[in-house]
Ligand binder design. Structure first.
Ligand SMILES: NC(=O)c1ccc[n+]([C@@H]2O[C@H](COP(=O)([O-])OP(=O)(O)OC[C@H]3O[C@@H](n4cnc5c(N)ncnc54)[C@H](O)[C@@H]3O)[C@@H](O)[C@H]2O)c1
Length: 338
């Protein structure tokens, strides 16, 4: 797809993933507008584009209908990433805040319909998958797009709201002919990510030389940490295939336990503390890995960055951009707030 000169909007574009998506769209020559209320997004993430005036930035709260209408006006494609969201430490402890996404998504999608936006790409999540198929160590399944169906059993209010967002878009595609796609992101990490996500939390703990070193859960949980450049490339490929309102997994199939990821981080950062597990803390399901064949077959997309390579990049960024005294002072808050 040729993005050159195309007017595109990235809602939540000052976020971790949003800002990397903006980088890619600017590089591809799109005319990018970002709308963000900066509730967790940071202008710093967009600094180079703001300084060079390569993007238009609107600070606005998309829960307001007039703000949503102004943002989507004249856009050809809307990437909707704005959400009340955080990592496990946040979504398990902030149900009421995450419920806001039901309203936010509804307002943005309806504004897109009324403005005649041709393509809507939605940041959904692996959290839409039924929890009951992710808990059994004796019956491991990689999550395939069509395993979201009755009986629905999404992951908390955050997951249910993403599911409702998907269903709304799907209905809009079928009843109004809008081209839509829901991208189910899995455990993204990379530069600019925040400490309320597991990998970043572990890098932060290692950075301040925490000892004993805490790992939430039993540490045996398996995740497919997916590097942000793979997430962004997958999102652009999925956008090309927007159509009848389907959903597409964007995640690697490289599974790693939390304890193994902790060991990799500690080794790379030259630390060897005592590790203690905290099963009493927010943990998430036992096994969450995407089946990523659908996007591979549609577009040839494959994740390119291994966990070892991605951790190297992320740790380098973290150490170059953070201060030990600040992280030490704020860590408990960083792990569970946005
Ligand atoms: N990070 C992950 O692993 C992951 C996994 C699955 C899905 N997602 C989804 O990807 C998207 C981006 O997530 P992220 O991790 O990059 O960071 P994030 O959760 O911080 O991004 C959300 C962005 O939306 C903005 N925002 C929130 N409410 C808003 C409102 N009312 N009006 C305008 N802007 C608002 C925030 O300021 C922030 O920039 C989110 O939709 C998230 O649910 C992320």
């Amino acid at each position: 797809m040729d993005w050159k000169g195309l007017p595109v909007l990235v809602t939540g574009g000052a976020s971790f993933i949003g800002s990397h998506l903006v980088d890619a769209l600017v590089l591809a020559g799109a005319r990018v507008t970002v709308v963000d209320n900066l509730s967790s997004g940071r202008l710093e993430n967009l600094r180079s584009h703001l300084d060079s005036q390569q993007i238009r930035f609107m600070e606005a709260d998309l829960r307001r209908q007039d703000a949503a209408e102004a943002a989507v006006e004249g856009q050809n494609c809307v990437f909707h990433l704005a959400a009340d969201h955080g990592g496990r430490g946040y979504i398990e402890t902030h149900d009421a805040a995450c419920a806001v996404n039901l309203m936010l998504d509804g307002i943005v999608f309806d504004a897109c319909r009324r403005a005649g936006v041709q393509r809507v790409v939605y940041a959904s999540s692996g959290c839409v998958y039924p929890s009951y198929i992710q808990g059994d160590a004796d019956n491991i399944v990689n999550l395939c797009e069509d395993s979201v169906g009755p009986p629905f059993d999404s992951d908390g209010i955050y997951g249910w709201a993403k599911l409702m967002g998907e269903k709304t878009l799907s209905a809009y595609a079928q009843e109004y002919g809008m081209k839509t796609v829901s991208c189910r992101y899995f455990t993204a990490y990379g530069p600019r990510a925040t400490e309320n996500h597991a990998v970043m939390a572990m890098i932060a703990r290692s950075f301040i030389k925490q000892n004993p070193f805490e790992v939430w859960g039993t540490g045996k949980q398996v995740r497919n940490w997916t590097y942000v450049s793979d997430i962004v490339e997958g999102t652009l490929k999925a956008a090309e295939h927007a159509g009848a309102g389907g959903a597409i997994n964007i995640g690697t199939m490289e599974g790693t336990t939390v304890l193994d990821a902790a060991e990799m981080i500690l080794k790379r950062m030259g630390n060897s503390p005592v590790i203690v597990t905290r099963p009493d803390m927010p943990t998430g399901p036992y096994y969450r890995i995407a089946d990523n064949e659908k996007l591979a077959k549609l577009s040839g997309w494959r994740p390119r960055v291994s966990l070892a390579e991605g951790l190297e990049q992320t740790i380098n960024w973290y150490c170059a951009n953070k201060s030990q005294s600040e992280i030490r002072a704020k860590l408990p808050q960083l792990l569970s707030e946005r």
